[in-house]
Design a protein around this ligand. Structure first.
Ligand SMILES: *Cc1c(COP(=O)(O)O)cnc(C)c1O
Length: 403
């Protein structure tokens, strides 16, 4: 049996992840492997820790990568805090909050899942009132909900958590390096981002940062691996691989032996975050916002409806309601086959009724937006939808011209 050489088609990826990688990231990842304790590699790890802090806007000492996709960081963060029987409040305005609830439940926590409709995020005052009522040890929330494209304001919630000894965990996987995040000013104890969304590296790293009080708590649960020392800690973190108390020491000058870090993945994340640092976090956020304005203008000019509250829509995701008679799977496969353009479907209550446009990282650029809008319009017309013709790309071009 022989297999043919891999042949990767060229795509314009406008989904909420994974997105197109920057050519320099791709190039960096084609370099040779180094040993995980090679001084040249350790230098890259140290740089990466600092680069990770930039999109989080944090002065936290602790920031490092966890191997795996975004949920590896989410799981590591939550199981580092959750002990048997702990109360965790999880307010949900979309799908990913359910993942946080699931992880906490599996870790033996007592989860209070508090769901609202998907149209928009919570009022901060309502979350604070709920915290008063429930008195949880941990509040776990999603910053940007990728399923419905809504973003949650958290500064007042964070202030309450800091004043009342509640650990505040925030899932920033879909917003990290795309939407403004101010971990320190907002009072977030532990935040998580991912590599394959607005960072524009392949999936394989999640990025975690936490403050001093969280570090103290996590380190109170530290247990050496048996191969390193016999001491046991009865409060040890459940997982060995996703144990932040060990991972922190692996990424510190102590360099305790833990997993084998993927050197190639570090080259990729280092390059992607270095490019973001050079562009400047504020400029990166402004670029996503401008391209989002153009997408929204184009979709509206076509006469299509965007799901959810406009004021709280996240700039990195736009859910678009499918018009009468257009089938979700047929629309997306035609777009891919005819134009090489990929958009995403969605989940839960929106499944089959809307599609999602991602506007993330290296994919978030003017030429992509204009091509995307032209392609969507053509496919809509092809499938018999009653859309306004010839206006979408012009509306987007107007947004760019006026900026
Ligand atoms: C994508 C995403 C995740 C899951 O990340 P993976 O990288 O797919 O594991 C979690 N939360 C949010 C908000 C996301 O957008």
């Amino acid at each position: 049996m022989t297999y043919s050489e891999i042949n990767i088609p060229q795509r314009l990826i406008m989904t909420p992840g994974p997105v197109e990688t920057h050519p320099l990231v791709q190039q960096a990842m084609s370099n040779r492997v180094l040993g995980q304790f090679d001084p040249a590699f350790l230098e890259l790890m140290d740089d990466l820790k600092e680069l990770i802090k930039v999109p989080f806007h944090t002065k936290n000492e602790q920031a490092f990568a966890v191997d795996g996709s975004g949920r590896s960081g989410l799981e590591a963060a939550l199981i580092a805090l959750v002990e048997e029987g702990d109360k965790i409040l999880v307010p949900a305005f979309g799908r990913f909050a359910l993942l946080l609830a699931e992880i906490c439940e599996r870790a033996g926590g007592e989860v209070i899942l508090w769901e609202k409709d998907w149209e928009g995020p919570f009022e901060q005052a309502d979350v604070v009132a709920k915290l008063e009522e429930v008195q949880p040890k941990i509040l776990a929330m999603v910053h940007g909900e990728t399923a419905n494209g809504q973003v949650q304001a958290v500064d007042e919630i964070g202030a309450y958590c800091q004043a009342n000894d509640v650990f505040f965990m925030l899932d920033c996987v879909a917003t990290y390096a795309g939407v403004p995040i101010h971990v320190d000013d907002w009072g977030v104890d532990i935040a998580v981002g991912g590599s394959q969304k607005c960072v524009s590296a392949p999936a394989g790293h999640s990025f975690v940062t936490y403050n001093a009080r969280t570090e103290e708590y996590i380190q109170s649960r530290y247990q050496k691996e048996l191969g390193i020392g016999p001491e046991r800690n009865e409060r040890h973190i459940q997982s060995n691989y996703l144990d932040l108390s060990q991972l922190q020491r692996y990424w510190s000058p102590e360099r305790i032996n833990h997993h084998t870090e993927s050197t190639v993945q570090v080259y990729g994340s280092h390059t992607a975050l270095r490019l973001i640092n050079e562009e400047g976090a504020e400029n990166v956020w402004a670029r996503h916002s401008l391209n989002d304005d153009a997408i929204v203008a184009g979709i509206k000019a076509m006469g299509l409806e965007i799901f959810g509250q406009e004021e709280t829509k996240m700039s990195t995701v736009t859910p678009v309601m499918l018009p009468e008679g257009v089938n979700d799977a047929e629309f997306r496969s035609t777009l891919l086959e005819e134009f090489n353009v990929e958009v995403a479907g969605t989940f839960g209550e929106l499944s089959g009724k809307a599609f999602r446009i991602g506007n993330m990282g290296y994919s978030s650029r003017k030429s992509n937006v204009l091509q995307l809008l032209g392609a969507i319009e053509a496919v809509m017309i092809r499938l018999g939808a009653d859309v306004t013709r010839g206006e979408a790309v012009q509306a987007a071009m107007d947004v760019y011209a006026n900026n």
